[in-house]
Ligand binder design. Structure first.
Ligand SMILES: [Cu+2]
Length: 147
């Protein structure tokens, strides 16, 4: 009996690691500073849906006056333009990525104290009133994506 319990305990721990999060989880968040101070910064992240589908409707940061979600649209002559996204569907258990060249967030009025290496807190708001938080890693204007 004692021996059996000893075998079971590690199994339970392993199972716990693979359980799906009940709530959405944001990972790999990062911010690229603008080349010209005062211009908006861009933010990217990965968000994994929880047990039920949700809709991301808002983003905000204590270090920016306004945060907008945008999508890139192919334009004429190979140019791209962007348009605001008022919501992003997050199916249960699915992963949605905001990445360079695709969906991104723009941080307007970023605190001038934010430098490469500064952790920028970002809150993600869903249509059901719940939120998720992430700390984005800041890279310089020409810096590589850290994730
Ligand atoms: Cu944009």
């Amino acid at each position: 009996m004692t021996r059996r319990f000893a075998l079971l305990a590690p199994l339970l721990i392993l199972t716990g690691c693979h359980m799906r999060n009940a709530e959405p989880k944001v990972t790999d968040a990062w911010v690229r500073l603008p080349a010209v101070s005062g211009q908006p910064a861009a933010a990217y992240f990965t968000i994994r849906g929880g047990r039920s589908p949700k809709t991301l409707v808002r983003m905000e940061s204590a270090l920016a006056t306004k945060t907008e979600m945008h999508r890139n649209m192919p334009g004429m002559a190979g140019m791209t333009s962007m348009a605001p996204l008022d919501h992003v569907d997050l199916p249960a258990g699915d992963t949605v990525r905001f990445k360079p060249g695709g969906n991104h967030a723009m941080l307007f009025g970023l605190d001038p104290q934010v430098k490469p290496g500064t952790a920028v807190p970002i809150r993600f708001g869903f249509s059901d009133g719940t939120t998720a938080e992430a700390e984005a890693k800041t890279v310089p204007a020409g810096g590589d994506a850290p994730y």
